[in-house]
Design a protein around this ligand. Sequence first.
Ligand code: PEP
Ligand code: MN
Length: 341
Amino acid sequence: MIVVMAHKASEIEIDRVLVKLKEAGFQIHLSQGVERTVIGAIGDKTRLRDLALEAMQGVEKVVPILQPYKLVSSAYMDGPTVVKVGDLEIGGDTIHVMAGPCAVESREQLLESAEIVRRSGATLLRGGAFKPRTSPYSFQGLEQKGLEFLAEAREKTGLRIVTEVLDPRFLELVAEYADVLQIGARNMQNFFLLREVARAGKPILLKRGPSSTIEEWLLAAEYILAEGNRDVILCERGIRTFEDYTRNTLDLTAVPVVKYLSHLPVIVDPSHAIGKWRFVEPMARAAIAAGADGLMVEVHPHPEEALCDGPQSLNGDNFNLLMTKLHDVAGVMGRKLGNRS
Ligand code: PEP
Ligand code: MN
């Protein structure tokens, strides 16, 4: 349930409501906006009537949240959440593009990738140092060395770093280097990991599981918000269907649906959804037209030599072309595109 306090509710009035809710065993999540205070309370609904909150001074209304997820629900916030990554704002007017190789393979490969994506207007650099590979015999990532190269690329280009955390054992290490911690599709329902990563106090990119419904995805995000971390960016990256021409099926319906159900920003990863580089551009355009707040795109200076996901990676020229087209679509949507002018 949400208790919306009146515009001019005093500290004392807010406190009285908080005390009453806590005494009744409710878990409290306070949201103090510029306009008003909103109190999220999770607990036994049947006790609501006894509490008579609406009769209390300073309370404007009490709104039940019927969905199983509460804190991620759009009912919980007055407007969309903007996630700050350094000076970047994800979920605001600017569409941010996170681009880079699937995996950090070497210092040269990463620095070259970073320069390519920065030049074309990306604002974040992606690249896995720990890779969740289907086969144990595939390249698993450079681990700490990879993180060090990412940090060097940030230093040289000013790009922010987004990289995946696979396991709580490496969380401290990854959090030392990353600006955004990525939870990969395969780990979307690794609830223990979600809780741990939430506590690192950094923005989190939560990918949708390949076989997850929108509700399951939002409930996974709820785990993070319930730990007190509100900086969650949702990422649609394709779901598994009977279609096998493409790697997955990009569920673009998720963009407007999630933006309706939740206040969290939503981005789209067309690379992992489609799995073939030539279809990345049209679907990236469609994602922005559907209202996505950003994109994650795989870019490699030499896709034919990539150790991971080469077939879906754009080379520098194709990424630049993509950004030129996205700039136009963003303009039609009344938005700006990253660093592209
Ligand atoms: C990735 O972005 O590096 C990745 C592994 O993607 P996903 O978790 O969506 O498969
Ligand atoms: Mn990949």
